[in-house]
Design a protein around this ligand. Sequence first.
Ligand code: HSE
Length: 434
Amino acid sequence: MNEYRPLKVALLGAGSVGSQVARLLIENQAELAARVGARLDLIGIAVRDTKRVRESVPQELITEDAESLILAADIVVEVMGGIEPARSYILQALNSGSDVVTANKALLATHGTELFDTAEQVGAQLYFEAAVAGAIPIIRPLRESLAGDTVNRVMGIVNGSTNYILDRMDTAGLTLEQAMDEATKLGYLEADPSLDVEGFDAAQKAAILAYLAFHTEVPLESVYREGITKITAEQMKNAKRDGTVIKLLAICERIAADEAGPEGVSVRVYPAQIPATHPLASVRGAFNAVYVEAESAGQLMFYGAGAGGVQTASAVLGDLVSAAKRHVAGGPGLADSVHANLPVLSIDRVTTSYQITLEVKDQPGVLAQIANVFSQHQVSIETVEQFAAEGRNTTTLEIETHDATDASLSSVVKELAATDSVARVTSVIRVEGY
Ligand code: HSE
């Protein structure tokens, strides 16, 4: 086979992912050339500040002139992160006919439509396997492998640092603060930890997954989001006692038309109790996993490292090889369709089961009074458990509901809190995965 001309690769960013991409490209050049049918030449690495570049990165390739580098390249790899200048650089690359590989979830979640439209108009390709769940292949399965199927639900643990925090609370009995301190020391949290613990990072990833799963544009503002900052050690302990575990879940779900409205999709991030037997319950430490339910394929689980320089670089390299192969073979590449454009539904259309824990007065008639509050708001109780009090005149009730809407559950909780016999509403948490 005649070898195609060498392909020029420009790298934007030399941080933990970029430096590993550069190393792998250089170390594995011969093997990659054999796989692609063309040599991949790393022609330069653009950084914001040349003085802050790691020693391991080939210094002769470093430049601050990203624009000239982009103009000279066949394929541009963007691993610098942030919105600007990454957005302008990617648009410049696409408009000059280059394919782009990016790991930038924040950019895709906020400006994805602009980037995908530009790529389609100019016939260039945008690859983004590394943008969601690091090394785990999940973009390609949704984009290609399941392209002939109907995805109904995607439920993922897509933020490693919060999974680490919740896992340490579960397995070591740590408080949220103690577990966050550990995660900070291990360097798991983003520079702004609220991106992780308030669920923003997971929401960005959920928007990207839902876009691919449902062929629908998902504005980031339409993703419902709750973080883990209100989860207590007591909730964790009680979840364990019940044979469940609390995880921060990103859920993308197709919702059928019903009396409340038309068919649509719900995209949401919140902590929820799942049974200890659910496949996502066994995802420990800072690992990620994405559980997909498709009409024909059934249930699929994708598991692995959701972050880390070299792990994420693996996903970037995979995209780079795909982009390079397209150059060699010619022809159009993948284009994602948003033909379905289903409405993204508010949390009001979602029904889930809840677990509510109450400290109540231990006296006759209390249970009936509480049951009455639930029935008044059309929330059906599935189970009630009572735990013996320790020498006080109160007792703990743990109530699990059948599926209920967020609005009706909020009304129940509000009324319970104002009920005489209720000393305290200790915990309200959604239950998923049954
Ligand atoms: N902050 C992210 C996480 C890093 O904890 O998973 C990868 O996006």
